[in-house]
Write a protein that binds this ligand. Sequence first.
Ligand code: SAM
Length: 232
Amino acid sequence: QLSVRLMKVAEHVQAGAVVADIGSDHAYLPCHLLHHGIASRAVAGEIVKGPYESAKKQVRAEGLEDKITVRLAPGLEAIEPSDGITAVTIAGMGGTLIASILEEGEGRLEGVKRLILQPNVHAQAIRQWAVQNGWHIVAEEILKEKDKIYEILVLEPTAEEVQLDAKQLLFGPQLLKQQNDIFKEKWQREAAQWKAIAERLENAQQNEDIRTKREQLLGKIALMEEVFVDEN
Ligand code: SAM
């Protein structure tokens, strides 16, 4: 049984897509996509030998070897031009790592029509990458499973210039508009942490780095307060 988190990722994969799932671990996501007739073919990429072996084993156990190719490769190097990949999924990692995988492998995104990304933290790094590289956000989701809060970002290429302000980069343009209960819970949790850190930094030995860090935190706290005040 797929986690709610991966199920939500799967919902954003369009019918008939040829999918590359990067950092696939057990390849649960591509197996689900094939079994449900969502994807027509898939590549499962893994950088680490152990998870790569688990992915191969799972694909074999599910009888999907003719539909899913498992490759041991870093990031988007798992994609070969002849695969004809139309959608890339990257789930369960930090946003900074996801953004660096996209940045480093950008050449392999040729022909890709949709990216479905599920950062565990720091989704902002992905939004920043999107703005700088000609992708726009077509959907955003926030969900809670086993008390952990996750975001999903769906990106598609655009020829138009994309602009997001500081608030939209941090909170997500669509999530900011919806402001559902999980969103509020996430940012209340984050703000409590920022405030605690900012307080500790205030009492710490002051130097340039600490002052900068504290100012950044205070900036985020101010943005957060604006968001929650705007709403009331
Ligand atoms: N995508 C699955 C999910 O969401 O449940 C697995 C997430 S697991 C926490 C992250 C996986 O990404 C690990 O198996 C790790 O080996 C792999 N990984 C990390 N960096 C990677 C990279 N640069 N390229 C490919 N795989 C990577």
